[in-house]
Design a protein around this ligand. Structure first.
Ligand code: NAD
Length: 494
């Protein structure tokens, strides 16, 4: 059987890696070899950046409305191929089909929003202290954008960065995620079919430390937008920051989910389970710290355990969660749970790989709830990026807030209460870029700014109009109207 090979995408067509080196991509559900993808190195990245640099001036010169019209054709292609995209996501990531479809629909909506931005790329008009002076601001692209994404929500991650970068007039080199190589290629093919000029969008496949690092260090890349782990984000900020490139970092989270004593417990359980375990917990916005008022702790825990026991693992329609992305990630999660046990944590459910015949070969982790961990325990502080959540008991809202804020991360937070005063008090004070009341810790929309405080990012926000600040430079243009040069019909100066 021939195994498909996913090459890079440079200058509008597939491009073989120059060393002819390839990496294996396995299906996380059953460990079968799915395909191979290019193990690109600095020379491949150099070619992709050169193609992007060559295509940049003409793309930047195109009026934003015209850029938006081309991007709208990419949206059409995504709609037309929505089923192919969803199927590809489901196979590459092990996501149940309905989740893969939901992610695809979200990515299309986001793409549509940014294509429409071609008609809205607003500046401001400004007043002046000088008579006859008129000022306004315009947005200018940076040049080549280096975009680096993880595989957890692969098409959403690609659309999230690519569309705003393109509408602002940048050309793009995307470093695809190792665990989702084919989806990046599918998207690239759609950009070609939509008539995006060759070289405006390029993809390099391969490893982060080789291909990704080469993209970050290339001096021609003037904006680097990265979604991934905090430790890699720190290195990128340092490296690209040294040459004063614009850097946008969307990093990890250890997000608190607070349940007050007046919460609707069934609703809270529903959202807690989704926050902690949907997408197999592989969300930066996963609710991995569940903080519950003492007076309802036992009842909430019982209901949550019942809900978790009903969750179905697998990749067929209706399953609640699939496997995690790869074997390394599965083993790292299980090892972290083992260390939590040694630190005194009580594993209330899960904590192992499932043994059912149809799941045993895959990279599955049972949904896991742990209680009894101290604040200093590893799992209280470290992001796990898997279906593992820790339960904590608190006496009141002040304690809940203090615990919620006891993290280096500050990405998202949720609170469940019927009391508007408690909700607003908490939402205003929680150390997070996103605060949700009576919902999950996730759920951003294309027009809403998303991003975190502290170790969750570097202060930028994507998507929403705020993403335009990442992908464009602001220029202030001023005119002086010289009245004395204007003559009336009689020839007088007016
Ligand atoms: P990761 O940091 O290991 O990898 C992310 C991407 O960066 C991959 O494409 C990888 O190849 C690349 N990369 C790795 N090392 C690199 C380097 N030295 N230079 C350049 N690129 C490099 O993260 P992951 O395990 O794939 O993803 C999980 C992380 O992503 C979690 O921390 C999660 O919270 C975070 N995440 C954040 C958001 C957000 O919006 N804040 C969204 C999704 C995921």
């Amino acid at each position: 059987m021939t195994i498909a090979r996913i090459a890079n995408w440079i200058g509008g067509k597939a491009s073989q890696p120059h060393r002819d080196a390839w990496l294996d991509k396995f299906n996380p559900h059953d460990a079968a070899l799915l395909c191979q993808f290019a193990d690109s190195d600095a020379a491949d990245v150099e070619r992709a950046v050169s193609a992007a640099a060559l295509a940049f001036p003409a793309w930047a010169e195109l009026p934003p409305v015209a850029r938006g019209q081309i991007l709208m054709r990419i949206v059409d292609a995504m709609k037309h191929h929505a089923d192919d995209l969803a199927k590809c996501i489901a196979v590459e990531t092990g996501k149940p089909p309905q989740d893969a479809k939901g992610e695809t629909a979200g990515a299309i909506l986001l793409a549509e929003y940014f294509a429409g931005e071609g008609m809205r790329l607003f500046g401001r008009s400004l007043t002046s202290g000088m008579p006859g002076k008129y000022s306004h601001t315009v947005r200018k692209p940076h040049g080549v954008a280096g975009l680096i994404v993880p595989a957890n929500t692969p098409i959403a991650n690609i659309a999230w960065k690519t569309l705003p970068a393109l509408i602002c007039g940048n050309s793009v080199v995307l470093k695809a995620a190792e665990d989702a190589p084919r989806i990046a290629q599918l998207f690239a093919e759609m950009t070609r079919d939509a008539g995006l000029p060759d070289g405006v969008f390029n993809v390099v496949q391969g490893r982060g430390q080789l291909a990704g690092a080469a993209l970050v260090t290339d001096a021609r890349v003037s904006v680097v937008s990265f979604t991934g782990s905090t430790c890699v984000g720190r290195w990128i900020a340092e490296t690209a920051g040294r040459r004063l490139a614009r850097v946008s970092l969307e990093l990890g989270g250890k997000n608190p989910f607070v349940v007050c004593d007046d919460a609707d417990l069934d609703e809270a359980v529903h959202w807690a389970a989704l926050s902690a375990f949907s997408n197999a917990g592989q969300r930066c916005a996963a609710g991995s710290r569940i903080i519950v008022f003492k007076s309802v702790y036992e009842r909430f825990r019982e209901k949550l355990l019942a809900r978790v026991a009903s969750l179905k693992l697998g990749v067929s329609v209706g399953c609640d969660l699939g496997p995690v992305m790869n074997r390394r990630q599965q083993q790292a999660i299980l090892a972290a749970v083992e260390r939590a046990r040694q630190e005194g944590g009580r594993v209330l459910c899960g904590g192992a790989a499932p043994q059912e015949v149809d799941l045993a070969a895959g990279c599955y982790v049972q949904p896991t709830l742990i209680e009894g961990l101290a604040l200093e325990a590893e799992l209280s502080g470290k992001e796990i990026f898997g279906p593992v959540a820790v339960l904590y008991e608190v006496n009141n809202l002040e304690e809940a807030l203090a615990l919620a804020n006891a993290s280096e991360y500050g990405l998202t937070a949720a609170i469940h209460t019927r009391d508007v005063d408690r909700a607003m008090w908490f939402a205003q004070r929680v150390w997070a870029g996103v605060a949700n009341v009576n919902m999950g810790t996730f759920g951003s929309e294309p027009h809403m700014p998303f991003g975190g405080f502290g170790a969750s990012g570097n202060g930028t926000r994507e998507p929403g109009v705020e993403a335009l600040d990442v992908y464009s430079e602001l220029k202030n243009i001023s005119f002086l109207v010289r009245s004395k040069l204007i003559h009336s019909a009689r020839g007088d100066t007016i």
